[in-house]
Design a protein around this ligand. Structure first.
Ligand code: EPZ
Length: 430
């Protein structure tokens, strides 16, 4: 089974280029099937979740042409089914976007209940609330979400909880509904704006994305487009924290500084030097990190997807930090793995009290979800000695060529899948 093996201690220094945003791309790929015309999407991250979504789109009859690893052309004029049943799709949270896209375009959808990282219960009641408000009949039968509508009509929808997925899903279904939809208490993440911009480039009429009130005026049909995905805020933040935890100096290129503000602010509090450029941020983490307190919040607050990376960095800070996870109920599972490396973290409900130690030590650990896995890699790169991480398929869902990018920054890390390869790494690592 594939593992990462690494020898910690090298400060990561150099430049890294951020790939396209996975969580924008997943919504955009689903929205691409809402027209019968050609859609070209560029800056697509080459990660497994994207490939699962492309397979699902192909399975229902769309033509999918991979132009190169970061670009695809889709034509959904040949979609002949509204029932998605590829096995892999069940493992992914973003499968739910196919409900909104198929319901909007074909007024019918049967999609397996979403899977995804086990970071909480992750219901979809707000998605269904929105679809029902637009006139759809929704039910969950035999593990599938089934949504049907004779027609969809605009409505005034108030989300009970700020939900990224529900905001994007309802935006898609409403784009082809009759009349106006007002979506209140909408999520404001950068990838929501990206999906709205993509839909508008196809002829949709969506205003206010990025604020908590989104107004959608339904149109008859959507046309083809060419669109480039925004840079991945969370991948960028992960490399910023890599500089912090390894006391390195990394220029993170191809990002939107505005999207990084909450992350940059925290790294400044922790004692890093932050230099901002038009489309890059340089993080210098030369001395031991200072402790700080973090509470995850919907955008523009500190992102929940950056919580594990902060937890790993604070585990070696000079003092005690408190991290409150306000979005998901079970997003501290990585703490047990860090404890195997010598970290001192106490979890009380949705709060972690992290007492920094001088240095972590290498250990055999496992990734428990996508972002926790990335955080454990950062911990291993800062630890003394050798760390091996298993279950790295989680990490490969959301980080394009992660180990190559880290090696280019001076990390001693390799992807191995046999005892022989492990021994070879150990010999080279000396
Ligand atoms: C998206 O998940 C992202 N995934 C997550 O990123 C991210 O952590 C999350 O948004 C928050 O930013 C994708 O975009 C594929 P939510 P999503 O709906 O849409 C509750 C990663 O690492 N809720 O904003 O599932 C929910 O339980 C992944 O890339 C309901 O109660 O998140 C959670 O507590 C991990 N009912 C809160 O809202 C609903 O109908 C926020 O969830 C929907 C959500």
């Amino acid at each position: 089974m594939d593992q990462y093996i690494m020898k910690g201690g090298n400060p990561l220094v150099g430049e890294v280029t951020v790939s396209g945003a996975k969580n924008a791309a997943l919504g955009i790929l689903a929205a691409a099937i809402m027209t019968d015309e050609d859609v070209r999407i560029d800056n697509l991250p080459d990660v497994s979740d994207i490939n699962v979504m492309l397979n699902a789109i192909e399975e229902i009859g769309a033509r999918v042409e991979r132009i190169h690893r970061n670009a695809v052309r889709i034509n959904a004029g040949t979609v002949n089914a509204v029932c998605v049943e590829t096995e892999n799709i069940r493992r992914m949270r973003a499968s739910y976007y196919l409900i909104g896209a198929l319901l909007g375009k074909h007024k019918s959808a049967t999609v397996p209940m979403p899977g995804g990282c086990q970071i909480g219960s992750r219901p979809i009641d707000q998605h269904l609330k929105g679809f029902r408000a637009l006139g759809a009949d929704c039910r969950i039968t035999n593990g599938n979400v089934i949504a049907d509508a004779a027609s969809l009509s605009g409505s005034h929808i108030y989300l009970d909880i700020v939900s990224v997925g529900a905001t994007i899903n309802i935006m898609m279904a409403a784009a082809l509904a009759k009349g106006k939809t007002v979506l209140e208490n909408a999520a404001k993440e950068p990838h929501i704006v990206d999906v709205a911009n993509f839909l508008n480039s196809m002829g949709a009429n969506i205003k206010g994305a990025g604020t908590d009130v989104i107004r959608i005026t339904g149109v008859e049909r959507l046309h083809g487009t060419t669109y480039a995905i925004i840079p991945d805020q969370i991948e960028a933040g992960t490399f910023m924290f890599a500089a912090a935890i390894t006391r390195g100096d990394i220029m993170v290129r191809n990002l939107i500084p505005k999207h990084m503000e909450a992350i940059s602010a925290k790294l400044l509090e922790m004692g890093c030097e932050i230099l901002e450029f038009d489309d890059a941020i340089r993080v210098v983490g030369s001395q031991r990190l200072r402790p700080t307190n973090i509470k995850t919040l919907p955008y523009p607050g500190y992102p929940t997807d950056m919580q594990p990376q902060a937890g790993a960095a604070l585990a070696v800070a000079r003092g005690t930090s408190v991290v409150i996870e306000s979005i998901f109920e079970n997003r501290f599972r990585y703490a047990d793995e860090l404890a195997r490396m010598g970290a001192n973290i106490k979890i009380e409900g949705n709060t972690a009290v992290i007492t920094g130690v001088e240095r972590l030590t290498g250990a055999e650990i496992r990734a428990c979800d996508l972002r926790a896995g990335a955080a454990l890699v950062l911990a291993g790169l800062s630890a003394e000695g050798i760390t091996t991480i298993s279950d790295i398929a989680y990490i490969q869902r959301g980080y394009e060529h992660f180990e190559e990018k880290l090696r280019a920054l001076g990390a001693e890390i390799a992807l191995v899948n046999s005892e022989r390869e492990i021994q070879k790494f150990m010999l080279c690592a000396g």
